[in-house]
Ligand binder design. Structure first.
Ligand code: PLP
Length: 474
C-alpha cells in the first residue's frame, strides 16, 4: 500500500456503512505519485467486485440485476471493449454509431407496436433516440412537450398531469425545466384515477403521463382512458415503460392479460423503455420513442454561432461512449425474440409462485393485480410490514420499501428464477410475519425513513442531502 496515499479512515457517523473499503484498501484523495501496477489494481478491484456480486447472485435482491448471467455479461463486456474509447458525438469517425443506435431504436419501436402509427397515418412514423437511462428519456420527453406546447399553443406556464405513483424522474424533469407537475392521487385499484386527472387538466396542460408498469406497485395505468383524455384535449401522453416496456410485450405474448399502453393506442405520443433493465443491456442506456418526428425535433439542441464550429446533439450528454450502444445492440441480438420470450416465461413462473405463496398468508395482501413486480402490504393494522422487511433483510433479502401505503415490493428479475428462490422467499415471508407479530424492538429498522407524520419532511430532506454529500466522501 503506497504510504503517501494512505489516510486515516474518517468516521462516517450515521453513514459509516457507506465506506467499508476504508478498512482494507488504500484511500486516495490525490493522484498517487507513482503509477500503480495494473495487475495490482485489477486484483484489488476483482476482490471488491466479487464481494459485491455475491450479494445478488443469491437471487435475493429485488430488481437491480436484471439478467445475472455471467456469460451474458462477459459477452457484453467484450463488445463494450471494442467501442469503449469511441465518441458517439463524432459520427464521421464512427458511422457504426448511426447503424447501432438507429437499429436499437427501430427494434424497440417495432416491439412497442410503432407500426400501428403508420397504419393510422401513413405520413407519420415512430422515431426515437438513445439516452443514458430512463430518467433522461423521461426528462427529454417532458422538454419536447414543453417546447411543442410553447410553439403550437403559446403555453408559457406549462403543466403536466400525472398519477402520484409516477417515477421521481418526472419531478426532476419538472424541476429542471420549469414545468408544474400536478400529481393526482391514484384510485382504489392503485392505478391512475383518470376522472381525477381529467379534473386537473387546465389550459396550460401540455401532457399527461402514466406508467407501464409503475415502480411502487408494478401496476399498469389505464392507458386506454388516458389516451382518450389526451386526444380530447389535444395534448401529449407519455407512457413510462422504463421498467415494463421491455418485458410486458413478451408477458402479453405468453397469454397473460396485459393492459395496453403502447403505440396501438392513438393518444400515446411518447414512450420511455429502458434497455438497461429488462432489455438486459449494460447500465447507461434507454430508448425514448416519439409518435412523430416533430416531437423529436423539439428534444434536439443545436447551436450555429459558437467559435468552435457548428454544434448539434440529440440528448443531454455531449460526448458519449459508443461502447454502450454496441453492447446494448449486441444484447438485443444475442437474445432475439426467443430469448426475451423465454426470459419472460421464467420471470412469470417465479412471479406466479410468489403471488400464490403470498395468497396463502392471511396477514398479507398484494397491492392491486400486478404481473412481475409485486407489492405487499399488511392486512392487519397491528402488523408493521417493515418488521417483516427487517426479518427478510436478516435472511439476505433486499426488497424495496414503499410508503402511502406502507409496503414492500419484490421486482422479479432473472436471478429470482434460480431453482428454489421463489420457494425460499415465501418461506421467509411466512417466518417474517411470525417475527413481526412479536418484534424485538417497537420500531422497525427498515421503516425509519418512511415513518411519516412523526418526522418533518424538511428533516428527511436534510438527511437525504447529507447522504448524497457522503457519497462523495473518499
Ligand atoms: C427505473 C425507472 C425509471 C428511471 O430509470 P433510470 O434508468 O433509473 O433513470 C423510470 N420509471 C420507472 C417506472 C422505473 O422503474
Amino acid at each position: 500500500m503506497p504510504e503517501e496515499t494512505r489516510r486515516d479512515a474518517k468516521p462516517g457517523g450515521i453513514f459509516s456503512e457507506m465506506h467499508p473499503y476504508r478498512e482494507d484498501t488504500p484511500t486516495y484523495t490525490a493522484l498517487p505519485k507513482r503509477a500503480r501496477d495494473r495487475s495490482e489494481i485489477l486484483r484489488e478491484l476483482r476482490r471488491i467486485a466479487r464481494q459485491e456480486d455475491l450479494r445478488w447472485e443469491s437471487g435475493r435482491i429485488s430488481g437491480s440485476y436484471y439478467h445475472g448471467g455471467k456469460e451474458h455479461y462477459a459477452f457484453l463486456n467484450e463488445v463494450f471493449g471494442l467501442f469503449s474509447h469511441v465518441n458517439l458525438l463524432q459520427r464521421d469517425m464512427c458511422p457504426s454509431g448511426t447503424k447501432l443506435e438507429a437499429e436499437i431504436v427501430s427494434m424497440v419501436a417495432k416491439m412497442l407496436h410503432g407500426d400501428a402509427v403508420r397504419g393510422r397515418d401513413p405520413q407519420t412514423e415512430v422515431c426515437g433516440a438513445i439516452t443514458s437511462g430512463g430518467s433522461e428519456s423521461i426528462m427529454l420527453a417532458m422538454l419536447a412537450y414543453r417546447e411543442w406546447a410553447r410553439r403550437e399553443k403559446g403555453i408559457r406556464t406549462p403543466e403536466m398531469v400525472v398519477p402520484e405513483t409516477i417515477h421521481p424522474a418526472f419531478s426532476k424533469g419538472a424541476h429542471y425545466f420549469g414545468i408544474a407537475l400536478i400529481q393526482v392521487p391514484v384510485g382504489a385499484d392503485f392505478r391512475a384515477d383518470v376522472d381525477a386527472m381529467r379534473a386537473a387538466v387546465t389550459k396550460n396542460t401540455i401532457a399527461l403521463a402514466g406508467s407501464a408498469a409503475n415502480y411502487p406497485h408494478g401496476l399498469i395505468d389505464p392507458f386506454e382512458r388516458l389516451s382518450n383524455l389526451a386526444l380530447e384535449h389535444g395534448i401529449g401522453l407519455h407512457a413510462d415503460g422504463c421498467l415494463g416496456g421491455f418485458l410486458l410485450p413478451w408477458i402479453e405474448k405468453l397469454g397473460y392479460e396485459v393492459a395496453p399502453f403502447d403505440f396501438r393506442l392513438p393518444g400515446v405520443t411518447s414512450i420511455s423503455c429502458d434497455t438497461h433493465k429488462f432489455g438486459y443491456g449494460l447500465k447507461g442506456a434507454s430508448v425514448v420513442l416519439y409518435r412523430n418526428r416533430v416531437l423529436r425535433r423539439d428534444m434536439y439542441f443545436s447551436m450555429t454561432t459558437w467559435p468552435g464550429g457548428l454544434y448539434a446533439s440529440p440528448t443531454m450528454a455531449g460526448s458519449r461512449s459508443a461502447g454502450i450502444a454496441a453492447s446494448t445492440w449486441a444484447a438485443m441480438l444475442s437474445l432475439g425474440e426467443e430469448g426475451y420470450l423465454d426470459a419472460a416465461r421464467r420471470i412469470m413462473r417465479a412471479a406466479d409462485m410468489i403471488q400464490a405463496g403470498i395468497g396463502e398468508i392471511p396477514e398479507l395482501e398484494i397491492i392491486g393485480r400486478p404481473t412481475f413486480c409485486i407489492a405487499i402490504r399488511s392486512q392487519e393494522p397491528a402488523l408493521d410490514i417493515f418488521h417483516v422487511n427487517d426479518f427478510l433483510a436478516s435472511r439476505g433479502w433486499r426488497l424495496n420499501g414503499l410508503q402511502r401505503p406502507p409496503g414492500i415490493h419484490i421486482c422479479v428479475t432473472l436471478p429470482q428464477t434460480l431453482p428454489g428462490v421463489p420457494e425460499a422467499f415465501v418461506e421467509d415471508l411466512k417466518e417474517g410475519v411470525a417475527y413481526a407479530k412479536a418484534p424485538p424492538q417497537p420500531t422497525a429498522r427498515s421503516g425509519a425513513l418512511y415513518g411519516g407524520a412523526s418526522v418533518p419532511v424538511g428533516a428527511i430532506q436534510q438527511i437525504l442531502h447529507a447522504w448524497l454529500d457522503e457519497t462523495y466522501e473518499p
